[in-house]
Design a binder for this molecule. Structure first.
Ligand SMILES: *[C@@H]1O[C@H](CO)[C@@H](O)[C@H](O)[C@H]1NC(C)=O
Ligand SMILES: *[C@@H]1O[C@H](CO)[C@@H](O)[C@H](O)[C@H]1NC(C)=O
Length: 991
């Protein structure tokens, strides 16, 4: 290709923090300090008055060094009597304003912390000469605050090769001879988003069943205790997160283990509660410990008291309060309304004033999550105090419903987002394995950041595993959104992420696998895939989709097989399992679909397909077992989630296989030993079925032209004996193979014949050819007998042949099968202006990529303005005078995040007036619009406009995206030939 990607890579490395110049090296260089080797271990000095959480992180670093070299470092508490007893290298870690050691270094002019002082979670790392008596050089990690120091320590750990996922996904550490620290001063600025966290939710069956194998139950439920949570807190900190909503289906964070909250605080995690649990009290506390019912209208005094106790209990710890009130559990309250909620929040802020003994509560972090019906109250005019963060929610399907408007960006409490990677509810749960499109996350998260939702980002992560990748990506963006601002950054980030887990050798190839996975899994949640999803007969859709999955598994397996055994479990958890598990689900549905169709066609191979569905169904279980048996059962139950046999939104209680059918193999079909069907067709000849004219012996292929695909004919056994066949046709219609023998069992029950046209010798214009399939045996069991409609005739397939040609001067898409299908990245012209432009988002959507209007803060555009950014697509039609050509624009799902500027696009063909379309109606935040469930299920929004194309020849399709936030995935112009499919017709030929 070109050298462009390399240039871009260098460019990104230049300014992104996650790719800043490395501090740690494993080879000696002139300016580098030896930190550790197999006989040298550093001393990590932390002052006595340091935060416990920083001391704890320092001991993690000591062990992390041991994982790399084999020799643990030692954490030494620094006090006035400290003296260095050995020549071992020294690391000093501490917090500005807390650590007397850091203070002494600053006073003595050994370090200058002006660049980080007072900056939230900022830190710097540098080499300092003679920091303290007896120490010639030390690596000094100075944090602006507690988490600044902790992140600085974990920054070193990560550069040593310790993955944040070393425990939660078993990522092994590469051993090194030596570790050096380079003489570079690194100053890490504050994160892009202030509070960054996840929500353990929907945690039954997987996480809870797993937890029960490792931790004893608590007094009220499963053992969600501080030992379990410690592993979560450490993971969060290593991922540079700082905020947490605890599990709450059958647990109560503050009650289950009194050490939970204290442990979170010690680690440095800000405690919160979910959108439905105000004032730091869990849902289950509402039902267990509240005097009376959870109802403001009737039990106000007790509810107030209950909330006060929540604040009193949380007061010692760094906390972020959920404000407001909903019904019991994740439901709307029947009695609350906007004005009672305003009253409740007044009371809650009053309680905080009392409990914290302050006159102004602005310094206490508070948020109000505008989730589900709460968003409805907001739309009705609910007033939220300025110091409470407005936590905007997605629609549970990763589409932000609303983002700050221009006049909302200066609220003192700011805004945030509640986002989902896992969900239980309408139109269907998705809580089995990763289904996240990373490019979709890119577009929504960058937009949230650009639109100033920067105070809180919280992600619902279900059972935590196996969502390691989306979790990592979410926090990478929350930590440094500008570093990931380019839509091309996702692949680069992925490659870096893989390199951190598995090394650089497999990074690029695995990043490609994960990106492809993200596209394939993002097409539709597994829970919504069934045998009817993809078309079996049109565009080879089901087969092509299954082939993509198979290629993915093959690529992932090839890498897995070459990895060291110590790395394989982790690679299985993070890469291979989801490819195999996804493929297996697709194979079950695709083969069940085929089995059902084949049984209608009377094919002998129906029964083998039924067996293959059962085999894949068994393999689904085997994969679950393989996951559960990894590493002596470490992840037992983590794949307990059912995912096959959904009947409605809620999970099935047991996996069940789609229905399969069998044919009676001991009897021959009434219509004979051999059957024929073809591309684009359900019907079978000879014989009768509901798909073709009664008694007809002919089927018709979709039309063939020089710009369309080849076609196929299937010949198959539907009898008890072998049968041979011969194919004859016009010389320009080439069928390969043109003869064969079908067996009544084994591998040659079915044969696929390719149909191509010899265009040089084909007649000009439109002609119809007939392909005859003859057998040496009689076609029907009742031939020459008394079958009511007489004897069956030998089967035939008709082929409409259109010899078309575009002028040599034309460049663009060419009509075939009365269809033009366009991947939007293949524009012919791209007009932009200085402040708004189009960019390709690679791997966005269901097929190839998306095209978006950027930046996300761009002004509204108008077709009236000649400078409005516009895309032009050239296409060529052969069909004259199409009066009702339907142009369908398939876009990524998106809500109207600015109700004053709903999403809009415009299209026109040639010089016609542009037609403006608003793809998604304006509605309140709750309830969601009627089209919504189909939209999220299909992972696409489709809108159609009608056009007159009066003449054949070259045309231009003009497209304007009039508001940022709309991402176009595909354009389909139907001149009367578009067939049913899930993904739309494959892209037309471009000449
Ligand atoms: C590190 O670099 C600084 C500035 O470039 C220099 O003054 C100092 O001596 C160096 N320290 C070591 C240990 O090389
Ligand atoms: C390093 O520390 C860990 C945790 O305390 C311990 O399990 C391990 O054995 C130590 N390694 C060595 C080489 O002493």
């Amino acid at each position: 290709m070109s050298t462009l990607p390399v240039v871009l890579l260098l460019f990104w490395f230049g300014w992104s923090t996650w790719a800043q110049e490395a501090l740690i090296a494993f080879n000696q260089s002139s300016d580098a300090l030896l930190l550790a080797d197999s006989s040298t271990a550093p001393t990590i000095l932390v002052s006595e008055d340091e935060w416990t959480g920083v001391q704890r992180a320092a001991s993690d670093l000591a062990q992390d060094i041991g994982l790399v070299t084999g020799l643990n470092a030692t954490v030494v508490t620094f006090n006035s009597s400290f003296s260095s007893e050995s020549a071992s290298p020294v690391v000093i870690a501490g917090t500005v304003g807390k650590s007397s050691l850091i203070q002494a270094l600053a006073r003595a002019g050994k370090i200058n912390v002006d660049a980080i002082r007072g900056k939230w979670e900022s830190y710097q790392i540098q080499i300092v000469s003679e920091p303290v008596d007896g120490v010639s050089q030390a690596v000094v990690i100075a944090g602006a605050d507690k988490r600044g120091s902790i992140y600085g320590i974990y920054d070193i750990s990560e550069q040593l090769g310790i993955s944040p996922w070393y425990w939660w996904a078993d990522v092994p550490t590469t051993k090194r001879e030596s570790i050096y620290v380079r003489n570079i001063t690194k100053v890490q600025p504050s994160p892009s988003v202030k509070y960054r966290g996840f929500f353990l939710n929907d945690e039954q069956p997987a996480l809870t069943n797993w937890l029960n194998t490792r931790y004893p139950p608590g007094q009220y439920g499963p053992g969600f205790n501080h030992l379990f949570y410690s592993t979560v807190f450490e993971l969060l900190l290593r991922l540079r997160a700082n905020y947490f909503w605890p599990a709450q289906w059958a647990s109560m964070f503050f009650v289950d283990d009194p050490l939970n909250a204290a442990t979170a605080d010690e680690y440095g995690i800000v405690i919160g509660t979910s959108h439905t649990e105000p004032m730091m009290r869990a849902t289950n506390e509402q039902s267990l410990f509240l005097n009376g019912t959870w109802a403001w209208a009737t039990n106000r005094a007790n509810v107030t008291d209950f909330m006060r106790q929540g604040a009193e209990r949380a007061r010692p710890y760094e906390s972020l309060y959920t404000m407001g009130m909903r019904g019991l559990g994740d439901t709307a309250s029947p009695t609350l309304n906007a004005s009672s909620l305003e009253q409740i929040v007044n009371v809650q802020q009053g309680l905080l004033r009392q409990v914290y003994n302050v006159s102004n509560v602005s310094a206490i972090p508070q948020m109000w999550c505008l989730y589900k019906e709460v968003g409805g109250y907001f739309a009705e005019g609910l007033e939220v105090p300025d110091d409470i963060t407005l936590l905007w929610s997605d629609d549970n399907w990763a589409n932000m419903q609303r983002l700050p408007l221009a006049n909302e960006t200066d609220r003192s409490g700011g805004a945030g987002i509640y986002y989902h990677a896992d969900y239980v509810g309408d139109p269907r749960d998705y809580k089995w394995i990763d289904t996240i499109s990373l490019p979709k996350y890119w577009s929504e998260l960058q937009q949230a950041y650009e639109r100033q939702a920067r105070q809180i980002w919280i992600l619902n992560v279900g059972d935590l595993k196996p969502l390691e990748l989306p979790i990592s990506y979410f926090f990478a963006t929350a930590y440094d959104a500008p570093a990931l601002a380019s839509p091309n950054s996702t692949q680069v980030w992925l490659s870096q992420w893989v390199a951190r887990q598995f090394g650089t050798q497999v990074a690029d190839a695995t990043a490609t696998i994960l990106m492809n996975y993200s596209l394939l899994a993002g097409r539709r949640k597994y829970e919504l895939v069934d045998p009817t999803t993809y078309s079996l007969i049109n565009y080879n859709e089901a087969d092509s989709v299954l082939q993509q999955w198979q290629d993915l598994v093959r690529a992932a397996t090839a890498i897995y097989d070459q990895l060291d055994a110590s790395v394989q479990p982790s690679y299985f958890e993070l890469v291979l399992h989801k490819c195999m598990a996804g493929y297996t689900v697709y194979a079950i549905h695709a083969n069940a679909a085929k089995n059902n169709l084949y049984s209608e066609q009377g094919r002998t191979s129906t029964n083998a397909l039924a067996q293959s569905v059962m085999d894949y169904f068994a393999q689904d279980h085997t994969l679950t077992q393989r996951y559960h048996n990894l590493l002596n059962g470490k992840w037992q139950h983590m794949m307990d989630q059912t995912h096959l046999g959904y009947q409605y939104w809620q999970q099935p209680m047991r996996n069940s296989m789609p229905p399969v059918a069998y044919v009676q193999q001991r009897e021959v079909s009434l219509a004979g030993q051999l059957g024929v069907t073809c591309d684009g067709n359900n019907g079978t000849v000879p014989g009768d079925d509901m798909y073709h004219t009664l008694s007809s012996n002919a089927l018709t292929l979709p039309p063939m032209d020089p710009y369309g695909p080849s076609r196929w004919i299937d010949v198959f056994s539907r009898g008890t004996d072998s049968v041979s066949f011969n194919v004859s046709s016009d010389p320009h219609v080439v069928v390969t193979p043109s003869s064969g023998v079908l067996q009544a069992s084994g591998n040659t029950t079915d044969m696929r014949l390719a149909v191509t046209i010899d265009w040089t010798n084909a007649p000009n214009g439109s002609t119809m050819s007939t392909i005859n399939i003859t057998t040496t045996t009689a076609t029907g069991a009742y031939d020459n007998a008394t079958y009511p409609y007489g004897n069956f005739k030998m089967p035939q397939v008709q082929v409409p042949v259109n010899k078309t040609a575009v002028p040599a001067s034309f460049h663009g898409f060419v009509e075939s099968d009365l269809t033009i299908s366009i991947e939007p990245e293949h524009f012919a012209t791209n007009t932009s202006n200085g402040s708004a432009y189009y960019e390709i988002i690679p791997s966005y959507g269901r097929t190839v990529s998306g095209v978006a209007l950027l930046p996300f803060t761009a002004q509204s555009q108008s077709t009236q303005s000649s400078s409005a950014p516009k895309l032009g697509y050239s296409f060529y039609t052969f069909t004259p005078n199409v009066t009702n050509a339907n142009l369908t624009l398939i876009a990524g799902t998106a809500m109207n995040t600015d109700p004053t500027r709903p999403l809009k696009y415009a299209v026109s063909i040639d010089d016609d007036a542009p037609q403006v379309v608003q793809p998604n109606p304006l509605t309140d935040l709750w309830p969601l619009p009627a089209m919504w469930d189909g939209m999220v299920a299909n992972a696409a929004m489709t809108n159609t406009t009608t056009h007159n194309i009066t003449r054949a020849g070259a045309h231009t399709l003009n497209l304007w995206l009039l508001e940022p936030g709309l991402v176009v995935q595909k354009l389909v112009l139907d001149l009367g030939g578009v067939r049913d499919s899930y993904l739309g017709p494959p892209e037309s030929t471009i000449v």
